[in-house]
Design a binder for this molecule. Structure first.
Ligand code: SAM
Length: 227
């Protein structure tokens, strides 16, 4: 577990929601909604759902709203403060303190795993993918919503030139934690591309169902299915 990353999310938890929405120009709601709509056509009624790296619970809430009733909804995260915020927001799910590299649920416990802007932060992405695969039931869906390393020129310009100029400044102004927002920009620039991510996931026994660009590739939704 990366203690540094966990401490950072604990420190920014009180301003996370506001900054997350503001820095995406409130598009994060629409991106989560689109993922959940895509899932709604596929998942069984009253499915068991894990929102992994679920933070303050927004993806879980979006799933409830747009993809239907669940029989089990867990929000798993290693930051206690982010989970406290999730708890304050709703009792529609139960928060679980966990590390994505060592998920404390039995094999095949879930029909759906959600991951919103989490994979970029885990210290060992292969291990996290293996764990997601293990806790999903056969035929279960794993959806990732993420800022991948851009591979087109416009998005490269945005993430290499514009984002480093305004994101850390806005983050420092509203949360007082500039380093966390310098980290955010660097984590996107140093992450893998969406096609590399999909190929990696396939080596862990997932099949690609759909990959969709959100707002021209600022973010991507990757829908995978356990074979
Ligand atoms: C950028 S936030 C995303 C929160 C939420 N999913 C959303 O859509 O807004 C990333 C979250 O991943 C969590 N996280 C990072 N690495 C983790 C790990 N190895 N295990 C569990 N949670 C982790 C952080 O604590 C943080 O809450």
């Amino acid at each position: 577990m990366s203690r540094r990353i966990r401490d950072m999310f604990n420190e920014i938890a009180h301003r996370y929601d506001f900054l997350n929405h503001a820095l995406s120009f409130f598009r994060d709601f629409a991106w989560r909604r689109a993922c959940c709509r895509n899932l709604s056509r596929r998942v069984p009624a009253r499915s068991r759902v894990l929102d992994l790296c679920g933070g303050t619970g927004d993806f879980a809430l979006s799933f409830k709203k747009y993809a239907g009733e669940t029989s089990l909804m867990a929000v798993g995260d290693f930051s206690e403060q982010m989970l406290l915020k999730a708890k304050e927001k709703s009792n529609a799910y139960f928060p679980v303190e966990l590390d994505a590299g060592n998920i404390p649920f039995r094999d095949s416990s879930f029909d759906v795993v959600l991951n919103g802007f989490g994979m970029r932060n885990v210290s060992d992405i292969s291990r996290a993918l293996a764990e997601v695969h293990r806790v999903l039931a056969r035929g279960g869906y794993f959806t990732t919503l993420e800022f991948f390393r851009p591979d087109n020129i416009c998005n490269r310009f945005f993430y290499q030139i514009l984002a480093p100029l305004f994101i850390p400044v806005a983050g420092a102004f509203f949360s007082g934690k500039k380093e966390a927002y310098v980290y955010l920009v660097n984590s996107i620039r140093n992450f893998i591309s969406v096609s590399e991510y999909t190929k990696l996931a396939e080596t862990f026994g997932f099949e690609k169902v759909a990959v969709k660009a959100c707002d021209g590739g600022i973010a991507y939704q990757v829908l995978l299915r356990k074979k």
